[in-house]
Design a protein around this ligand. Structure first.
Ligand code: ADP
Length: 443
């Protein structure tokens, strides 16, 4: 290219010399050069105009015909233009294929920036979330998916757990939404999965358990009532065999009754919304009652049951649910601690929140069972459960109650040494009771 430029320069100098010599011949050297320069500049401007028109056209037309340095310049530009067009078409092709493949996915995919402004979404987001192309681009996702639970979930930026919400387009469709933060500017990738079938199956299961438990309750009450009456009227000495049989039937009826009431309680916990009847709960007094109940059923084993509770620390929650959870933990400690052992109930607050713990010096639990303890009917030692008479639902109830209170359960245990069950409540749900109030309620 530089060679061409030099040739062009030589041509230019030659033209000036010709102009100068021709002018000199008629005694007008300056005019001769000026006329040559004017023509040359004019020719340059016309070339430039053709090039500008060709570049601006931005189409596939060939570059204007030209020779010399201009020809070479236009050839290079033409080549680069073609190359750029090919790269652009390639990228458009990739984008189109990416869009087509993500449109074929059943899950709604939405990409937003860190403030929640929508950058991109696939076809399933149109079908499940009701988003519209291209009008919804750059709009905040929380303006389009307006369910308050979703708005809270998105704004709080805690995406460790997903969220289930009805589809904004069709409330019959149930969606499971999860969000992942990615990239340096904390963009967000939101996935929405249609779980309507799963949800209705789960609903059917809950309804089934609740209905069966409810239906079993009445016949059981009748059987138990008659058994108790017959047992009272029988003479244990004379009709020992019948008496023993009936006594066992009565015990099993009592167990079934416990099972049915635990199942009903679990169904209720599963179906009721978490914040149904939240009120201030006097946890110290509640634990005192639980301690007294445990002492009352502890005649045989003679455990030492201690209570150490922060008297002014109250909790915003559902009293009946908390009573069930706390007594399940204490009753378990009684059941799984050999005679003479110690059980300690504690209620306190620190920087991490409020905590209620039940520790015992009982049989302990093998580490491998701990993650599964809150599953329904899961037993760490199935051989023992017939002796303890538990329903296998106690810790499942505890788990659900704690979930309703945004709380978590921690289990520490060592075989043959003892166990500790700790419930952690968030500080935002706790508050302090005034001094006079405390003395009144304790009295
Ligand atoms: P269960 O009615 O069988 O006690 P739970 O759901 O209350 O059912 O407890 C599940 C299992 O956890 C129990 O079967 C038992 O193996 C174990 N477990 C619960 N609490 C204790 C404890 N304090 N000490 C030892 N094992 C325990």
């Amino acid at each position: 290219m530089l060679k061409r430029w030099k040739a062009e320069l030589n041509q230019f100098i030659l033209l000036i010399i010709i102009g100068g010599v021709s002018g000199w011949a008629i005694n007008l050297t300056g005019w001769g050069i000026a006329i040559v320069l004017t023509f040359y500049s004019f020719w340059l401007l016309i070339r430039l105009r053709d090039v500008v028109i060709w570049i601006e056209a931005n189409d596939e037309s060939e570059a204007p015909e030209s020779t010399g340095i201009w020809g070479e310049l236009l050839d290079t530009l033409n080549h680069q233009k073609k190359h750029n067009r090919e790269v652009k078409e390639g990228l458009e092709d990739i984008l189109e294929r990416a869009q087509e493949s993500t449109d074929a996915i059943d899950e709604a995919i939405v990409v937003t920036n860190h403030t929640g402004a929508i950058q991109w979404f696939n076809q399933a987001a149109v079908d499940l979330l009701g988003l519209q192309r291209p009008t919804d681009y750059q709009h905040p996702i929380t303006n389009l998916v307006r369910d308050p639970r979703f708005v809270n979930f998105f704004n709080e930026s805690d995406f460790s757990q997903g969220l289930e919400i009805p589809s904004p387009k069709d409330s019959q469709i149930m969606l499971q939404v999860s969000v992942t933060v990615f990239g340096e500017s904390n963009d967000r990738l939101m996935l929405g999965r249609d779980i309507t079938r799963l949800h209705s199956l789960e609903q059917m299961r809950k309804d089934f358990v609740a209905n069966v438990s409810h239906e079993l309750r009445t016949p059981l009450t009748v059987i138990k009532g008659y058994l108790e009456t017959y047992l009272e009227s029988l003479d244990p000495q004379q009709q020992r065999a019948i008496y023993r049989g009936m006594e066992q039937m009565n015990q099993q009826a009592i167990r079934m009754e416990l099972l049915v009431s635990d199942l009903l309680l679990l169904s209720k916990l599963e179906t009721e919304s978490a914040h149904s009847s939240v009120a201030p709960v006097k946890v110290p007094q509640l634990l005192k009652q639980v301690q007294n109940d445990a002492l009352a059923m502890n005649d045989e084993k003679k455990h030492q049951i201690l209570l150490d509770a922060d008297a002014s620390l109250l909790l915003l929650g559902i009293e009946n649910e908390l009573r069930s959870a706390f007594s399940n933990l204490v009753i378990n400690a009684v059941k799984y601690t050999p005679p003479g052992g110690t059980i300690e109930i504690k209620w306190w607050q620190d920087d991490d929140g409020a905590h209620m713990s039940v520790s015992d010096t009982g049989i302990g639990i093998d580490e491998r069972h701990i993650p599964r303890l809150t599953e329904r009917f899961y037993r760490a030692d199935p051989s023992r459960h017939s002796k303890t008479g538990g329903t296998g639902l106690g810790l499942a109830i505890v788990k659900h109650v704690l979930k309703h209170h945004d709380a978590t359960l921690d289990v520490k245990s060592e075989l043959d040494v003892g166990s500790e069950f700790i419930c952690h409540f968030p500080s935002r749900n706790t508050f302090r009771q005034a001094k006079n109030d405390q003395s009144q309620s304790v009295a």
